[in-house]
Design a protein. Structure first.
Length: 170
C-alpha cells in the first residue's frame, strides 16, 4: 500500500481551492469562446439540418456547466490542503519556463540551434556539468540530428523565422 503524504496548508504554497478555481475559470473561458464562435457560425437548426455551430454550441455549454460545477465544489470547501508547495513549484518552473522558451526559440532560430542551446543550458544549470561539456554535447546532438534528417533522410526540419543556419552555409 502506498502512503499518501498530507501537506499542511500553513507550510506555504498554492491551495487546492485556488488551483481548482483557476482551472474552472480557464475552462469557463474556453467554453464561452466556443459558444461565442458557434453563435457566429450559426447554432440553430437550419432548413437542411444543423448549422455549422450547432454541435460546438452544446459542447461549449457542457464545458461551461463542468466549469461551474468544479468552481462550486471548490467554493463549498470540498478542496482542502495544498495543490503544490512553493519549493516544488520552483522545481517545476525550472523545467517549464526553459521548455516554453525552447518552443519560442524553435519558432525564431529553428530546431537545431534551439535544441543545442536547450541541451547545453540544461546540462550546465540543472545538471551542473561544465560549460564546455554542455556546449559540446548540445552541438553534437544538433549536428547529428541535422545530418540524420537533412542529409540522410532528405527531410528538412524547421529552421526558424530568422534561419541563422544560412550564415554558415547550411
Amino acid at each position: 500500500m502506498s502512503e499518501e503524504k498530507v501537506t499542511d496548508p500553513s507550510s506555504g504554497g498554492i491551495s487546492m481551492r485556488a488551483a481548482e478555481l483557476v482551472v474552472a475559470a480557464f475552462l469557463a473561458t474556453i467554453g464561452v469562446m466556443v459558444i461565442y464562435d458557434s453563435l457566429r457560425l450559426g447554432a440553430k437548426w437550419g432548413a437542411d439540418g444543423p448549422e455549422a455551430g450547432y454541435f460546438p454550441f452544446y459542447i461549449g455549454c457542457l464545458i461551461c456547466i463542468g466549469a461551474a460545477v468544479s468552481a462550486a465544489g471548490a467554493l463549498r470547501g470540498r478542496a482542502t490542503g495544498l495543490f503544490v508547495e512553493w519549493t516544488a513549484l520552483r522545481q517545476i518552473m525550472q523545467v517549464l519556463i526553459p521548455a516554453a522558451l525552447y518552443v519560442l526559440g524553435i519558432q525564431l532560430i529553428g530546431i537545431y540551434l534551439a535544441s543545442a542551446a536547450y541541451i547545453a543550458l540544461f546540462m550546465v544549470y540543472l545538471g551542473h556539468y561544465s560549460v564546455v561539456k554542455g556546449a559540446l554535447l548540445g552541438i553534437a546532438v544538433s549536428a547529428s540530428t541535422y545530418t540524420l534528417f537533412e542529409v540522410w533522410f532528405k527531410v528538412p526540419l524547421f529552421k526558424g523565422a530568422f534561419n541563422p543556419l544560412t550564415l554558415i552555409g547550411l
